[in-house]
Design a protein around this ligand. Structure first.
Ligand code: GLV
Length: 338
């Protein structure tokens, strides 16, 4: 049998690449930092059986049409909003992702952002580096919000939201959560967590942290109306996807003091330009989409992305299939190549 042809759109960490090379002919876009151009992506997928892509690659009908042999799109990410799932399913293309392996890294970073913005860590650092620490210790200097006794609101209680809730349980906070599905089993084991509707979560929380996937339903979920519901003393944390928050509305909210601040790892426009209005606020902490950026998580993501891809080509159920309906369109035995 011919070895499957695979295109990998970036140099991903080991052991992912070696796993692929063991059983497939692998062509890599030889860059650690930049994705292939759209033209290059379309050109490279033409003869490929499998594609390992990143969240920076838009995999839509045009890309799929260019790749008549494509059997699997394995994304090196938990989010899959950059892949047109219905189009893939229609064509019998398996789409897989990397849930679970980056949950802790992302949850840890969401909590890091909560502390960074409420305890003004970034402002403090800037003050020293710019020579502005020019007075002795003072009771009022850089005071922030103490987390103990406060309410943290989680919008979305999937894998990452739940990990945030668990990790926060040592900080003496009350947790309110909203999700489209009430998680009764979680409520019975985590004593400090309560379900509430979205308005209540927004109205009562001192920190609102977003943990939803980007879908048609969650696009601009946090808009003007919802930002106005938050306390003036509350902070917004976003480690999910940029378009979940309406950036224009957030800028207005920060400019007019509807909320106390924000900590953002994701943006509607990435990379965020250095002169973007969000960069003008001292009460905003900005990070360049790095919530899952631990060495451990990135290696596990590469391994899982490779395992997913290889499983499909072996005609086996991949560990993390997104579009289960594809099994009815093109059964696994029909995509088996190795
Ligand atoms: C990162 O944002 C991911 O979806 O893995």
């Amino acid at each position: 049998m011919a070895r499957p042809k695979v295109y990998v759109t970036r140099i991903i960490p080991e052991p992912g690449l070696s796993m692929l090379k063991e059983c497939c002919d692998v062509e890599i876009h030889e860059s650690k930092d930049y994705p292939p151009s759209r033209e290059e992506l379309i050109r490279k997928v033409r003869d490929k059986d499998a594609l390992l892509c990143l969240l920076t690659d838009k995999i839509d009908a045009e890309v799929m049409d260019a790749a008549p042999n494509l059997k699997v799109v394995s994304t090196y990410s938990v989010g899959f909003d950059h892949v047109d799932i219905p189009e893939a399913t229609k064509r019998g293309i398996y789409v897989t992702h990397t849930p679970g392996v980056l949950t802790d890294a992302t949850a840890e970073f969401a909590i890091a952002l909560m502390f960074a913005v409420t305890r003004r860590v970034v402002e403090a650092d800037k003050i020293i580096r710019s020579g502005q620490w020019d007075k002795p210790w003072s009771p009022y200097f850089l005071t922030g919000l103490e987390l103990r006794g406060k309410t943290v609101g989680l919008i979305g209680l999937g894998r990452i939201g739940l990990a945030v809730a668990k990790k926060l349980s040592g900080f003496d906070v009350k947790i309110l959560y909203y999700d489209i599905e009430r998680r009764w089993e979680v409520e019975t084991v985590l004593p400090n967590i309560q379900f509430a509707d979205m308005d209540t979560v927004l109205r009562e929380s001192d920190i609102v942290s977003l943990h939803v996937p980007l879908t048609k339903e969650t696009y601009h979920l946090i808009n003007e109306e919802r930002l106005k519901k938050m306390k003036k003393t509350a902070y917004l944390v976003n480690t999910s996807r940029g378009p979940v928050v309406d950036t224009e509305a957030l800028i207005k909210a920060l400019g007019e003091g509807w909320i106390a601040g924000a900590a953002l790892d994701v943006f509607e426009q990435e990379p965020l330009p250095p002169n973007h209005p969000l960069t003008k606020f001292d009460n905003v902490v900005l990070a360049p989409h790095i919530a899952s950026a631990t060495i451990e998580a990135r290696q596990r993501m590469a391994e899982l992305a490779a395992r997913n891809l290889i499983a499909v080509l072996r005609g086996e159920m991949p560990p993390a299939l997104v579009n289960k309906d594809v099994l009815k369109v093109r059964p696994l035995e029909k995509v088996k190549m190795i």
